[in-house]
Design a binder for this molecule. Sequence first.
Ligand SMILES: [Zn+2]
Ligand SMILES: [Zn+2]
Length: 368
Amino acid sequence: MNPSSRSLLENTFKKYYFDNFDLLHVPSNPHEREFAYKKFDSKLYRHISLKSDKELHLLLMTQTPSDIYCSNARYSFPTLSMNEKDWKDADLIFDIDSKDLQLPCRNFHTCIQCLDCNSFSTLCSRCPNCNSNHFKTITLLCKHCINAAKDETKKLCVLLIDNLGIKKQNIFVYFSGNDGFHIHVIDSQYQNLGSRERADIVDYIMLHNMLPNTINKNRLKFKNSKYNQIHNSIIGDKDSTKNISTIKTNAVTKNISTIKTNAVTKNTRYIIKSIIDPNVTIDVHRIFRLAGSINSKSGMSKVRCKNLELFDPFNDACFMDEDPIKIRANCPIKFILKGKKFGPFKNEYVTIPKYAAIYMICKGLAEI
Ligand SMILES: [Zn+2]
Ligand SMILES: [Zn+2]
């Protein structure tokens, strides 16, 4: 990114934070959380303590971060190094990313940037300009992919509520700001679980280690007693040294032989699974993107989806203004933002609304 593009992003992000303080809050127990942020040179600053919204807003104004994060964990000493922090517990978090869903349409909204000759083109196995196979891929937001990610999010919520006994009011769904959804679960019976137990929850949600031939359409049986392992890891078996025996969940007291959901049609029983990023959920020290903040991979915001069905990231997560800006764009695929079509642009100067310019600059497809 050239210096002019970088300074445009810094000024635009700063203005966004100034205008939208009401969207940015520290989570509960802020004094026990680790905060972190990145600057536009990609340098990460972490082990930071912010005790109030006021301190958060001050940091946003003085440091102009490109990205800001907060730990899902609570610590006695959040500003000390990792092994001195004294971990207390961590919110259960999930990341659903469109790229993991591998929809066929993805090929049509992904382009390549050749790392040898720096030319851009639609997706292909070699650079059409210099025949190099040394390139990076850049994917733009797609309605179909977002709808598929929404479906995974809905299934996850059904599993969390019906099978893991989590209260609906403790589940918060956010658009990630780029290409998927983040699900935060607060105050649940799973706060104290370590990584290993969280890995069991991941397996349960993704139906890992369960071969199709062990699953009867109407009655889900776990022949390999995987379920019993999950049961024990969550409830605590007699050998468990961890103090998790007090954790109670409806999920495990339910007869797992019939995992069903009322969320779909009444007369059909579904075996549901959801495609989540396992690494995020098993990480009990994650620094997770702060709600309300801008994702510098796109210039769009991580925003709460109060109504997932109606949520439209192309409008609802795009907060930049429409002031016209002249950029040099190199975007071989077209995209839609705020109901307007843009591109394809072939290494040309164009004057377009700021929100589209910011999006392309963040994607690495344009410069001032
Ligand atoms: Zn090339
Ligand atoms: Zn797609």
